[in-house]
Every structure is written in C-alpha cells, then in structure tokens.
Write a protein that binds this ligand. Structure first.
Ligand code: SF4
Ligand code: SF4
Length: 180
C-alpha cells in the first residue's frame, strides 16, 4: 500500500560514457565475482548485472545495466540506428523478460538486477573500469514512498512465474552470498 508520505531519498546512478568503453569487460568479471556464492569464489560473466553489447564492424561497445524483471515481453519492437548500424531495441533493453536469456541467473533461470553492489562504498564496476567509462553519482530526491509497493509487486510476479519454493531458494542463496 502506498502511504503517500513525502520522503527524501538518495538516488544512485551510474553514468555510462559509451565513447570511453573499450570492451575490456572488467565490469562483467567483477560483478559476477561479487555476486558468486560464496562471494568472489568464481566469475562467470553470464551472472553479471552489466553486459557489454559489442558491434564488431564498427568496434562499438555499449554497457547495459540489468533493470527490473518484467513478466510480459514487448509487443512492439523499435530499431535504433547508431553510426549507420541498425540495432534491435532488445540490444539495449535493461529488462529481464521472457524473450531472451540475458539478465537471468544461468543455474536457476531467475532474473537478476543491478543492486549497486549493496554494502560497498562504490559500485565495483565503476571502480574496476579503468577507462572511466562508468561514473557513480548520488542525488537527493523528494518523492512519495512507494518502495514497499514496488517490492511487493515484484515478489508476487516472481512467485507467480517461478513458484514460491524456487523463489525462496534463490533468496536464501542471495542471503548466504551477502554474508559470505
Ligand atoms: S570495464 Fe569499462 S571499459 Fe571495460 S567493458 Fe566495462 S564499461 Fe567498458
Ligand atoms: S553496480 Fe555492482 S551490481 Fe550493478 S552492475 Fe555494477 S558491479 Fe554489478
């Protein structure tokens, strides 16, 4: 239930400068390692909450962060033309959705989302990006407190799609990973 109460919150953002990205994928490596169970025990970029889209002909690298899980795939598709090369809308989409495998836990198939490396002073992908393509920013924003609403809707959607036991199992593993 939304309370309508005004609250000040810190909004965290990572700015991406595509022109500076050289495709080294250090961001994918550290992100997947940070989220491994136990923490730092392995690295598998398929587990990363950031994925670097590559266009070989133009040598363009485009880091994309994992956003919210959505239950339904889009019914329409747009095309983007960048530097003369046409991209499908899905290439830059941040959502984990039924249409594609990106931003899903490889073992469980559960959606993954960037959590800004909760508990760390600065997002690790930013620290590890030696090309300075990623910049961390914090900004104060006043708005209605709706976090609980969003969390409840998200959890309900996940439970409907994957079943409660699988969801609980993933949450227990995440909790162990954070403590590790
Ligand atoms: S670490 Fe930085 S330069 Fe390397 S792929 Fe990621 S965003 Fe690009
Ligand atoms: S901020 Fe942390 S969780 Fe998000 S993509 Fe970067 S390393 Fe991964």
């Amino acid at each position: 239930m939304a309370t309508g109460e005004k609250k000040t919150k810190i909004v965290k953002r990572i700015k991406v400068d595509v022109d500076k990205c050289n495709g080294c994928r250090a961001c994918e490596v550290i992100c997947s390692s940070f989220h491994a169970t136990p923490k730092y025990s392995s690295n598998n970029p398929a587990r990363a909450r950031i994925r670097v889209i590559h266009e070989p002909l133009k040598d363009i690298y485009f880091p994309v962060y994992a956003g919210e899980y959505v239950q339904a795939e889009c019914t329409g598709r747009n095309k983007y033309t960048i530097d003369g090369k046409q991209y499908d809308e899905c290439a830059f989409c941040r959502a984990s959705c039924p249409s594609r495998d990106v931003f899903k836990e490889p073992d469980s198939g559960l959606p993954i989302k960037c959590d800004m490396c909760e508990g760390e002073e600065e997002p690790l992908c930013v620290t590890w990006c030696l090309a300075d393509a990623l910049t961390y920013e914090e900004e104060e924003e006043v708005g209605e407190e709706e976090a609980l609403d969003e969390m409840e809707i998200g959890l309900e959607a996940l439970a409907n799609k994957y079943g409660l036991p699988k969801l609980m199992d993933a949450m227990v593993r995440m909790s162990v990973s954070r403590k590790g």
